[in-house]
Design a protein around this ligand. Structure first.
Ligand code: ZN
Length: 163
């Protein structure tokens, strides 16, 4: 299971900021906060506004934050996913992003009747992981939290993925 939280650049391209991989059926995880390819001030005004909204109202992480270089992230993502037979991702844009990076088959969960995340978040009382960066503010979305939630949903609905 992979989740990506992202920004949008001047060309409307997805710019990954936070990514989490959680193994389905095994207690393994990997998590990154990724450097952006250029400075915040290279964004046009409308994209700066959008990026500021993502920081203050959605993700709580700024455009210029992040420790790992994009290329290093891609290498490590490949390693993290190398043993997976399938990669589950929710959302067409995210699934497209991941399938361009990784050779493994990507299963987009909305195509398999996964309910909206807001509903998933309310449905279960399973305790969910968050990354340490997001540990002190539960209002922000966390890729690790989303991936863990979706892992729980996939595990509980394995009959939908029998092929
Ligand atoms: Zn997080």
């Amino acid at each position: 299971m992979v989740d990506v939280q992202s920004f949008c650049d001047n060309e409307n391209k997805l710019i990954v900021k936070e990514c989490a991989v959680v193994a389905v059926g095994f207690p393994y995880i990997q998590h990154w906060i990724v450097k952006s390819p250029h400075d915040f001030h290279d964004l046009i005004t409308s994209k700066r506004k959008a990026a500021s909204w993502v920081k203050t109202s959605h993700l709580g992480i700024g455009w210029n934050e992040g420790g790992v270089e994009y290329r290093q992230f891609v290498k490590e993502l490949e390693v993290a996913c190398s043993k997976a037979r399938k990669i589950y991702v929710k959302g067409a844009t995210k699934a497209d992003f991941i399938s361009r990076l990784i050779d493994t088959e990507v299963i987009e969960l909305t195509d398999h009747c996964a309910p909206p995340l807001s509903q998933l978040m309310q449905d279960s009382n399973a305790s969910l992981m968050r990354c340490l960066r997001h540990s002190d503010n539960a209002e922000y979305v966390c890729a690790l939290n989303v991936a863990d939630k979706l892992r729980y949903w996939v595990t509980s609905n394995s009959h939908l993925f029998t092929s």
